[in-house]
Design a protein around this ligand. Sequence first.
Ligand SMILES: *Cc1c(COP(=O)(O)O)cnc(C)c1O
Length: 365
Amino acid sequence: MSKPEPKPWIAQIHAYVPGKSKSASGKPLVKLSANENPLGSSPAALAALAEGHVAADYPDPDARMLREAIAQIHGLDPALIVCGTGSGELLHCAVQALAGPGDEVLASRYSFSLYPLLAQKVGASPVFAEPEGYGASVDNLLAAVTARTRVVLLDNPNNPVGTFLPPSEVARLHAGLPSDVLLVIDEAYAEYVDPAFQTLAFQMAKTHDNVLVSRTFSKAYGLASERVGWVTGSAHLVDLVNRLRGAFNVSVSGQKAALAALGDQSFVAASREHNTRERARLAEAIAALGNHGISASPSEANFLLVHFEGAVSAAQALEALSDAGYAVRHLPSQGLPNALRITIGTAQATTDVIATLRRLCGEAA
Ligand SMILES: *Cc1c(COP(=O)(O)O)cnc(C)c1O
């Protein structure tokens, strides 16, 4: 008997694989696998959530108050901001608006695992440029552009590597692209970067018709469960995304929590400071294991990509960390069988991860 058959490009898709929270035996683990905020959420956001709301009513379809608050904080035009069900929804819309069968969507070899799905969902081909080290190479991205390229997706800082392209390099990438190719600058981890480097992408979005910048409340703002993200770009791009997004895409609680979180920048600053300190502590301990073939890529994000090229394998480290109570991300499906992406957690988590890696290497914990 026949059954409903998907389009051929849909048949090729493997569903997005989220970070694990359980060991192989089902034991619950502390998640260092999804880049969530170990400090939780801003007390102001939690208070806003606790207020409650009329669950029978639809949310504001245009998230007007939230867009105005975002615009004020970042010096943007609220009319050029679109909020979404996480930034993921809006990345989908941007790719859907511009790419389809026969087109190419370009990203660096090691970048957000959602990116190839975005291309495949609309029948376009994901294309990967070879990295430099593990991070994005502007030269290789530009060399990979063809007449079929419609969208270039750049996560900066990058996930899963954590590397950060400085503003001059992002500008050079943009300058080398044809003006009808969209550059999406995905700044999910921007709040972890030195504030001096946080505004260039917005400047580019203000002055060019082919730059879209995305931000999220899922990481430094500690609101991943509320599913709120946003993009800014030219009126033309904003119009396209608005046509494709869900009509009531941000829930009442999401809008309220995000608005309150924006008003508590001290929580974001505390999250950045905690992250910078613990990331440095973990990076230093890993550097000290260099003689065991263990190293970490430089990171400006809230995780480290740790490479295992000596006697201790990534799979062994994954298991030992699981035994110690922690879930981290092993990424063989992304072409990184010898690496683990470890989210920066609490100070206790850093201490435990360091002790586990040292013990595996036969060093005193
Ligand atoms: C976590 C992450 C996001 C955020 O996705 P949301 O849908 O906003 O939760 C976006 N881009 C990258 C690269 C990420 O790692």
